[in-house]
Design a protein around this ligand. Structure first.
Ligand SMILES: Cc1cc2nc3c(=O)[nH]c(=O)nc-3n(C[C@H](O)[C@H](O)[C@H](O)COP(=O)(O)OP(=O)(O)OC[C@H]3O[C@@H](n4cnc5c(N)ncnc54)[C@H](O)[C@@H]3O)c2cc1C
Length: 409
């Protein structure tokens, strides 16, 4: 590519990472964003940037090497979590370094999205908000998810509880997935992820909140409810008709837990490097990210086959591994290593879990469809969950905002 201006579709993390790298290299960069601001896809929810998919480097050091400054946004390091087993036992995976960092997504100035926006603008990129541009007229497509393979719903609230993260494996509260509690500086988020399609989705969130209320001293005062979707697919090609597909638009996301921020930033930088002739995007993505995405898809395939009994085995194995190796993060790293058993399972996963599909832009992908619900997903809400539903209903009527459609997923 000559020195012509570079056009990027989407001012999320992947698009802005690419824009910053390119603008710092002296290129004219235009980012086209359909929403009115970066982070507007999200609504003040907390997300975790994982630090386990590369054993060699801390992700923030990697960002600094790429010229991205992690001090541009607020983040909180964690080395320990409460791991909640399906039978309500709570154990503590712990590591010596940083296991993950919690950031806020949204349009407030301390949010990661706004930090990336500032970096891109300071580097000289022009961001056009509230605009439509065809992907065909862009060099880098960073437009996030299109369809749903899974959804997550959460409630944000005031709390007196100190900073904390809990991660719960529970097939009833979070069908096929997990729920979590994150508390940062007096603001809490309780979220449940549904990896199976459900009717009346808010009952899962109400029941999950009821569970956390009973096990933690939260003094919860609800603010708003938030939610979003994840689109999981493996495309045949990451460069299509000369365009680089990055972040979630390129299916670069963890199929097992839904982590995508690190993949988004990494792929954005790699696409920028490719535009500058510093690397071969398709080769780099296949070398660095695709093995991780594949390992996560295999793990997801296995998770889809188990319920709480399988989740309990996973939680026990995690803690046994920590006792043996003295590091809770070793288990997470192992989950993403392409061992012989995982490699053997890959053909089964490809044909058993993923569906071949042609996207509107012509790209062929193997998508993970949103799975149907199971008979065990149907249960009556507890009295505490009914109370929480009624409490939220009155807050909603009084103007409490919901950034997703409650009802059927
Ligand atoms: C509820 C929820 C919780 C999550 N939790 C975590 C977590 O804890 N850790 C983690 O790592 N990941 C998490 N993820 C995933 C993570 O948010 C994404 O993988 C990541 O944001 C993807 O970055 P991206 O740049 O590809 O997309 P985004 O950051 O979403 O950016 C895409 C941008 O493109 C814009 N856009 C869309 N269509 C167009 C168009 N036609 N034209 C112009 N612009 C367009 C969008 O408005 C958006 O601004 C979560 C996702 C959800 C939904």
């Amino acid at each position: 590519m000559s020195d012509e201006p570079v056009h990027i579709l989407g001012a999320g993390l992947s698009g802005l990472a690419a824009a910053t790298y390119l603008a710092k290299a002296g290129r004219e960069v235009h980012v086209h964003e359909i929403r009115s601001d970066s982070g507007a896809r999200f609504d003040g929810d907390f997300q975790g940037i994982e630090n386990w998919t590369s054993s060699e480097s801390d992700f923030f050091d990697e960002m600094r090497e790429w010229g991205l400054d992690p001090d541009e946004f607020k983040s909180d390091d964690f080395d320990i979590i409460d791991l909640i087993h399906p039978d309500d036992e709570i154990t503590n995976p712990i590591t010596d370094g940083v296991a993950f960092r919690v950031v806020e997504r949204g349009t407030d100035s301390h949010c990661i999205d706004q930090g990336f926006k500032r970096m891109a603008m300071a580097a000289g990129a022009t961001i056009h908000y509230g605009t439509r541009r065809s992907p065909e007229d862009c060099h880098i497509v960073a437009a996030g998810p299109k369809e749903s393979s899974a959804v997550a719903f959460g409630e944000i609230f005031h709390t007196d509880h100190p900073n904390h993260v809990s991660f719960q494996l529970n097939d009833k509260l979070a069908p096929g997935a997990y729920s979590y509690l994150i508390i940062i500086d007096g603001i809490g988020l309780i979220c449940t992820c549904l990896w199976r399609k459900q009717k009346r989705t808010s009952r899962y969130l109400n029941e999950t909140i009821a569970w956390y209320e009973q096990h933690y001293d939260l003094n919860r005062r609800p603010i708003k409810r938030v939610g979003g979707k994840g689109d999981f697919s493996l495309p045949d090609k990451y460069v299509y008709e000369g365009r680089y597909y990055v972040g979630e638009a390129g299916g670069l996301q963890d199929f097992m837990w839904g982590f995508g921020m690190r993949y988004a930033v990494t792929s954005g930088v790699l696409a920028a490097k490719a535009v500058l002739g510093e690397c071969h995007y398709e080769k780099e993505i296949r070398k660095r990210l695709v093995p991780l995405v594949r390992a996560s898809a295999i793990n997801r395939f296995l998770m889809n086959r188990v319920g709480d009994r399988g989740f309990k085995l996973v939680a026990n194995h995690w803690m046994k591994d920590q006792r043996r190796k003295g590091d809770g993060l070793a288990f997470m790293r192992w989950l993403y290593s392409p061992g012989p058993l995982r490699l053997m399972l890959w053909p089964l996963v490809r044909f058993g879990m993923l569906r071949r599909k042609q996207l509107k832009d012509g790209r062929m992908v193997r998508r993970m469809p949103f799975r149907n619900s199971l008979s065990r997903d149907s249960w009556e809400p507890s009295p505490k969950a009914e109370e929480i539903a009624a409490e939220w209903e009155s807050i909603r009527k009084g103007g409490g905002s919901v950034s997703f459609i409650e009802g059927d997923a």
